[in-house]
Design a protein around this ligand. Structure first.
Ligand code: ATP
Length: 209
């Protein structure tokens, strides 16, 4: 079973994923994979250097992520280009990792801010959106990243509206309350998921028998 977990910026994806991990899920984080693939000498790093040039490298040969982020946010064409280079690599890596854990009958979580945008949802059995109001997103962004309201709004607006993700999702989990309330909701859905996975496992075992 693969669950695709997504949401808006600072809506609580990592908080939810971390909790599900503590309950036994295997979390495969698209952002982490992207970071690993763009480390010096890795495939993604090579593609970035080929496309953007060595002026985007630090003295130690690692990508200057701040410089790359600046051009990506100011130039939509550059952003599209970078995404078209990296997304196939990230998706491939996530699928490879998932395959290994699925053989062990684990529940795998694909945590990806752009789950629907890159088509990762097609590899998921279920999609869950962690949802917070814009007001909460701004408050949490300001606290976590120490930025002002205007910058928080800018970051939220650079993404597709959360409502669009909610419409596509199998399940929308409201995260406007406390973290404890979020955990209670996750407990409920996790138990339901385990029952589905166990039921499926029994069915396959019976057929095999
Ligand atoms: P990003 O898109 O930036 O990666 P995210 O969706 O993974 O963010 P989190 O990092 O989980 O979001 O949450 C953003 C911040 O809000 C964190 O500091 C987290 O501790 C806090 N937070 C999450 N849920 C709640 C909640 N229900 N109540 C209070 N704070 C919360």
């Amino acid at each position: 079973m693969i669950i695709g977990l997504t949401g808006g910026i600072a809506s609580g994806k990592s908080t939810a994923a971390e909790y599900l991990e503590s309950k036994g899920a295997i979390v495969i984080d698209a952002d982490k994979i992207s970071h690993q693939l763009t480390k010096k000498g890795k495939k993604g790093w090579q593609l970035v250097v080929n496309e953007f040039g060595e002026e985007f490298l630090n003295a130690d040969g690692e990508i200057n992520r701040k410089k790359l982020a600046d051009i990506i946010f100011s130039d939509p064409k550059a952003r599209k280009k970078l995404e078209s280079l990296l997304h196939p690599l990230i998706i491939y890596e996530m699928k490879e990792k998932a395959f290994y854990y699925l053989e062990e009958n684990k529940i795998v979580i694909f945590m990806a801010p752009l789950l629907f945008e890159v088509g990762l949802d097609h590899f998921c059995d279920q999609t869950w959106v962690i949802s917070s109001s814009k007001k909460e997103q701004i408050k949490r962004l300001k606290d976590r990243d120490n930025i002002n309201k205007k910058d928080a709004e800018k970051r939220i607006e650079s993404q597709i509206p959360l409502e669009e993700k909610e419409e596509k999702a199998d399940l929308v989990i409201d995260n406007n309350g406390t973290i404890e309330e979020l955990k209670e909701k996750l407990d409920f859905h996790w138990e339901k998921t385990i029952k589905i996975v166990d039921g499926e496992f029994m069915r396959v075992a019976l057929i095999a028998h």
